[in-house]
Structure formats: structure tokens, C-alpha cells
Design a protein around this ligand. Structure first.
Ligand code: HEC
Length: 139
């Protein structure tokens, strides 16, 4: 996550080097906002989502899902089982919840499912809550 933040922090610098218009620069800065901002829980001004929250109690499964999982699991990107797709989830559910929690925390080797869906600020409990949320809405 920190590495990614550094890359995004460098984009405006690189952009200025290739002489972008003010409008282009503003558009880029707007696009990278959620990544370049650090949110403190309860801070109303940043709606960056669960993935960027650094303080506070455990987030709900729904919050974690919306912040860190939805990008793939609402669209089916990279072959991710879509939330709400009962058939896609029933096979996976047959493995048992522990196996699904394990996939959420450690990822699925050789697939787009990376450890914790890439949410390195998420605790194991928060990931499990997100898995619960996904499963509950896919039955
Ligand atoms: C970059 C895309 C991506 C993101 C983000 C992502 N997933 Fe996934 N996920 C996948 C893909 C692809 C699979 C299918 C992997 C396979 O079985 O081949 C998957 C599968 C899963 C499975 C089923 C694994 C199994 O053993 O059958 C669970 C559970 C899961 N994801 C949980 C999560 C949670 C929780 C998050 C957010 C914290 C998340 N995913 C974020 C791509 C993603």
C-alpha cells in the first residue's frame, strides 16, 4: 500500500515534467485523490472508503467489502465470483467457511484474488466479516 502511495505521489511530478495543461493536471489529481489521502476514521471530509481508513474500531463487513472487494466482486473482474451469484458461490461454499476465510486472508494462488484483496490495513477479522457479508448476499 505504501509503495502504491509513493507511485501515485510521483504521478503529479512526472506529469509536470511533460507539461500538462492545468485542466489535465487537475483531472489527474482528482483521480488519484482517494489513494493519496490518509483518512482517519470519523473524518467526514474523506470518503475514500474502508481501504484507506487507518484508525478506529473494526469496520463492518459491508464497509470492507465496499472499500476493498467490490471492485472485483461486483463486476466479476478477473473471474471473481460475483456477490449475488448464487451458483458461483454454492461451489465455493461447499468447501466450508474456513476455507473461504483462508482465501480472503491469504488470497488464491495463481488468481486475481490477492491476499486480503489488497487491503493491507484490514485485520483478519475485518476480512472475515467481509467474506461473511459476501456469502450472506450470495445465497
Ligand atoms: C483484484 C480483484 C479482487 C479483489 C480486489 C478481491 N478479490 Fe476475492 N477473488 C478474486 C478472484 C479472481 C477470485 C477467484 C479466485 C479463484 O478461485 O480462482 C476471488 C475469490 C474470492 C473468494 C473465494 C475463494 C475460494 O476459496 O473459493 C473469497 C472468499 C474472496 N475472493 C474474498 C474477497 C474479499 C473478502 C475481498 C476484499 C477484502 C476480495 N475478495 C477482493 C478477485 C478479487
Amino acid at each position: 500500500m505504501r509503495f502504491i502511495a509513493i507511485i501515485f505521489a510521483l504521478i503529479p511530478l512526472m506529469a509536470s515534467a511533460i507539461d500538462l495543461s492545468k485542466e489535465q493536471r487537475a483531472a489527474i489529481e482528482e483521480r488519484i485523490q482517494p489513494y493519496s489521502q490518509v483518512c482517519i476514521a470519523g473524518d467526514e471530509s474523506c470518503a475514500g472508503g474502508a481501504a484507506t481508513t487507518v484508525a478506529g474500531g473494526p469496520r463492518s463487513g459491508e464497509d470492507v467489502y465496499n472499500g476493498a472487494c467490490m471492485a472485483c466482486h461486483s463486476t466479476g473482474a478477473a473471474g471473481a465470483p460475483k456477490v449475488g451469484d448464487v451458483a458461483a458461490w454454492s461451489n465455493r461454499l461447499a468447501k466450508g467457511m474456513d476455507a473461504l476465510y483462508d482465501s480472503g486472508i491469504n488470497g488464491v494462488a495463481g488468481s486475481g484474488m490477492i491476499a486480503k484483496g489488497g487491503c493491507m490495513t484490514c485485520s483478519d477479522e475485518e476480512i472475515n466479516a467481509a467474506v461473511d457479508y459476501m456469502v450472506e448476499n450470495s445465497q
